[in-house]
Write a protein that binds this ligand. Structure first.
Ligand code: SF4
Length: 384
């Protein structure tokens, strides 16, 4: 990832700019350009405009993207809720039907590539869910295109991401619908700042506006995807509801929040102890992976984020190394969660509609075709 060359599994440190490519697509009248924004970007981009650390600029960001010429601006958080619906169902399925456990999260391409290059023996432990921005792209080029009567070939999806590795991820050949990539281009937070400057957009002076719908609705659970422990916390809220039919009394899992390298907890659901771990930074994953490879892991579910602190401190963000500064950004995401009308992914009405109108149910055959992916032994590919 972007924070440290010693732990970078992808050598993605040198950011290849996509500004020109996106500008060309925006000028092309045949293209229907859609932007989607990751949770971490809204908590950091204000720093580039002299706003205090920890300012939520969601509304300004949406207006700025519209001014650049995007026809629609959607929220990757919508697909974070969708990811949770798929991932929680996959975990329950593995627990109930003897699948490979523990299950690792899959939304960090830095982690996925690390595993493919270094520990291919554990690939069947990684959730097959695509990462949220890839799911959003896949839904845009299938369900949304059909609903709106747009030829998927004309849709150009741009992901605004805190992450340099998402550029590599969007080019993975298996992340496609038919022959079209789920995501056409990725701009990092820093690239978007450059783009706004080139376009003469004065970010500080923009009015606020809201995401488009239906792929703009999200819950508080999706917002915390941007920080270490957030994916796990969001998944537990929904897994608990799926297994018990009841809602958790307390939604916050304090044990897995914060900047520690490995955080662990045990959650009792319906009399069963579910052991969880959160790996914060790829430098802390080795021992956990070795335990899994040796069949000695006590865990059921493990989140791994390559960047220390998670995407909020990703390689495409304004650069800050001090944990206390990163924590100010993290606070924004927890605040969005606390203030949200709905705080559990299964309460997202647009996600419910998507299942009703298109996928049927989580982990259905169609959902597997469009929202899930596969991994490869890259060690072997490189050897041959
Ligand atoms: Fe990218 Fe987030 Fe993973 Fe860092 S933690 S490599 S920003 S997905």
């Amino acid at each position: 990832c972007g924070q440290c060359i010693l732990v970078c599994p992808t050598a993605a440190l040198r950011e290849k700019s996509s500004v020109k490519e996106v500008a060309s697509a925006l000028y092309d009248r045949k293209k229907y350009c859609i932007a989607q924004v990751a949770p971490a970007v809204r908590a950091s981009i204000g720093e580039e405009y002299n706003m205090p650390l920890g300012t939520d600029v969601t509304g300004l960001l949406v207006t700025g993207l519209r001014r650049l010429g995007f026809k629609k601006v959607f929220d990757t958080n919508f697909a974070a809720d969708l990811t949770i619906m798929e991932e929680a169902s996959e975990l329950i399925n593995r627990i109930q039907n003897g699948g490979s456990l523990p299950m690792f999260t899959s939304c960090c391409p830095g982690w996925v590539k690390y595993a493919e290059m270094n520990n291919p023996e554990i690939l069947d432990h990684i959730s097959t869910c695509k990462s949220p921005h890839e799911m959003e792209g896949a839904v845009l080029k299938t369900y949304y295109a059909k609903k709106m009567g747009i030829d998927p070939k004309d849709i150009f999806v741009v992901s605004i991401m805190p992450c340099t590795v998402k550029k590599y991820e969007s080019a993975r050949p298996e992340l496609k619908e038919e022959v079209l990539p789920d995501v056409d281009a990725v701009l990092t937070t820093r690239e978007l700042v450059r783009f706004f400057k080139i376009a003469g957009i004065d970010f500080n002076d923009l009015p606020e506006s809201e995401f488009d719908n239906p792929l703009g609705e999200s819950t508080g659970a999706a917002a915390i995807f941007g920080t270490s422990g957030g994916v796990m916390e969001a998944a537990l809220r929904t897994a608990y509801w799926k297994l018990t039919g009841k809602e958790l009394d307390k939604l916050e899992f304090e044990e897995i929040r914060g900047m520690e390298g490995v955080k662990e907890a045990t959650v009792n659901i319906n009399g069963m102890d579910i052991n969880i771990a959160v790996v914060n930074g790829i430098g802390n994953v080795k021992q956990i992976v070795e335990e899994v490879a040796a069949g000695k892991s006590k865990h059921h579910f493990i989140e791994v984020m390559a960047c220390p602190g998670g995407c909020i401190n990703g390689g495409g963000q304004p650069i800050h190394q001090k944990p206390e500064k990163v924590m100010k950004r993290v606070k924004v995401l927890y605040q969005i969660d606390e203030n949200a009308k709905h705080r559990r992914s299964h309460e997202n009405e647009s996600v419910k509609t998507l299942y009703r109108e298109f996928f049927g149910e989580p982990n259905s055959h169609k959902a597997h075709e469009i929202l899930h992916t596969e991994y490869f032994d890259k060690k072997k590919i490189l050897r041959n």
